[in-house]
Write a protein that binds this ligand. Structure first.
Ligand code: PLP
Length: 383
């Protein structure tokens, strides 16, 4: 893997060695069940509580407002289905560009009599606060708008959305899976009632995440059993994973600012050079209000899936969009939602930078993209 340039960090990141070190003792040294009252159980439980405090600091909430889950998908499902089951009202507002974890959870509620409003986004991928205001009805139980999009990196005006929801007495959930650990998230400042995040998107382990639910929020559990996580998520906790998530949160807090600055520079360099060097290219997503690590560009006449495979042959790992949908050949709905024509939407790739990305990687990537794009266009003669 030495010659690989990995630019798919929005799909998953490498686990920080400090995180691995923090997890190791909980596999075969302190392996007790955290619900047990003997010393081995207590040691495991202490790890959970330490991690709860670490994650709480990352998003500025109380530790007891954190529910550990198996990751972003479960957190999104718990937020939407859990609030829908526990609250009055049968209307949910979300956006057209949410992750499938939100869209499918909303979709499933239609069969239970819920009405879902999908807010459109503008050409940069942002929802409008006015549209949201207008969509709220006395039946609205929940608004779920992501903090940052996984395909095009656009940041949503979550502070503005939070203020509207709080004023109108509607609960606000945000999927912060792509933003948490990369940019500052503050649930108190932004009036967020529920928030999802996932360990493997910010150099923590896979299969672990949290749902933050403000203490006053009524929530029904999805998973029933032994009553762990205050009865909101039964099942023996993933202690090594949770310990790792805690340390990843602590590292992110300490390093986020400088890392975001570094990545923004690399990101903008990558965007500007590709747009300048290759004709028939355009940036997808907001030019400024975007994740520090996200580059998404359409290349006229170059099918994204084919481009991705050709770049893989050069050792460069990129993707066509969200990891979950890349094998399904479905229309890239996020790009269609921002107004890209279907053909151009299918000619897009996402490059997502990470902790390991260097200026040298950017140089090599620009060179490879230029040569592979020219080769494909020559072969296909369509451009
Ligand atoms: N939400 C967003 C915005 C994501 O990008 C992802 C994963 O790509 C998820 C939710 C799902 O997270 P997980 O992989 O932890 O289930």
């Amino acid at each position: 893997m030495e010659n690989i340039i990995y630019l798919d960090n929005a799909a998953s990141t490498s686990v920080d060695p400090r995180v691995v070190e923090a997890m190791l003792p909980y596999f075969s040294q302190y392996y007790g069940n955290p619900s047990a009252i003997h010393p081995m159980g207590r040691l495991a439980d202490e790890a959970l509580e330490t991690a709860r405090e670490q994650v709480a600091r990352l998003i500025n909430c109380q530790p007891e407002e954190i529910i550990f889950t198996s990751g972003g998908t479960e957190s999104d499902n718990l937020a939407i289905t859990g609030v829908a089951s526990a609250c009055r009202g049968n209307h949910i507002i979300t956006s057209e560009i949410e992750h499938h974890a939100v869209l499918e959870a909303c979709h499933a509620l239609v069969k239970k009599g819920f009405e879902i409003t999908y807010l459109p986004v503008d050409r940069s991928g942002q929802v409008s606060a006015q549209d949201l205001q207008a969509a709220i009805t006395p039946q609205t139980a929940l608004v779920s708008i992501m903090a940052a999009n996984n395909v095009i990196g656009t940041l949503q005006p979550i502070a503005e959305i939070g203020a509207i929801c709080r004023k109108r007495g509607v609960f606000f959930h945000t999927d912060a899976v792509q933003m948490a650990g990369h940019l500052s998230v503050d649930v108190k400042r932004d009036n967020i009632d529920l928030l999802s995040l996932s360990g493997h998107k910010f150099n923590g382990p896979k299969g672990v995440g949290i749902l933050f639910a403000r203490s006053e929020i009524p929530l029904s559990p999805l998973i029933l059993g032994g009553g762990q996580e205050a009865g909101l998520r039964s099942g023996t906790e993933n202690v090594p994973g949770i310990a790792g998530l805690g340390v990843a949160s602590e590292i992110a807090m300490a390093e986020m600012e400088s890392e975001a600055k570094r990545l923004c520079k690399l990101r903008d360099d990558l965007i500007n050079r590709i747009l300048a060097d290759i004709p028939g290219t355009c940036l997808n997503g907001h030019p400024g209000k975007r994740l520090p690590n996200n580059v998404n560009i359409s290349f006229e006449g170059i099918e994204g899936e084919y481009f991705t495979k050709e770049l893989s042959k050069q050792g460069i790992c990129v993707s066509t969009g969200s990891a979950c949908s890349s094998e399904s050949h479905e229309a890239p709905y996020v790009l269609l939602a921002i107004g890209r024509e279907r053909e151009l939407a299918n000619c897009s790739i996402r490059l997502s930078l990470g902790k390991m990305t260097t200026a040298e990687d950017v140089n090599k990537t620009v060179a490879a993209i230029c040569s592979v794009a020219a080769k494909i266009r020559k072969q296909t003669r369509v451009w």
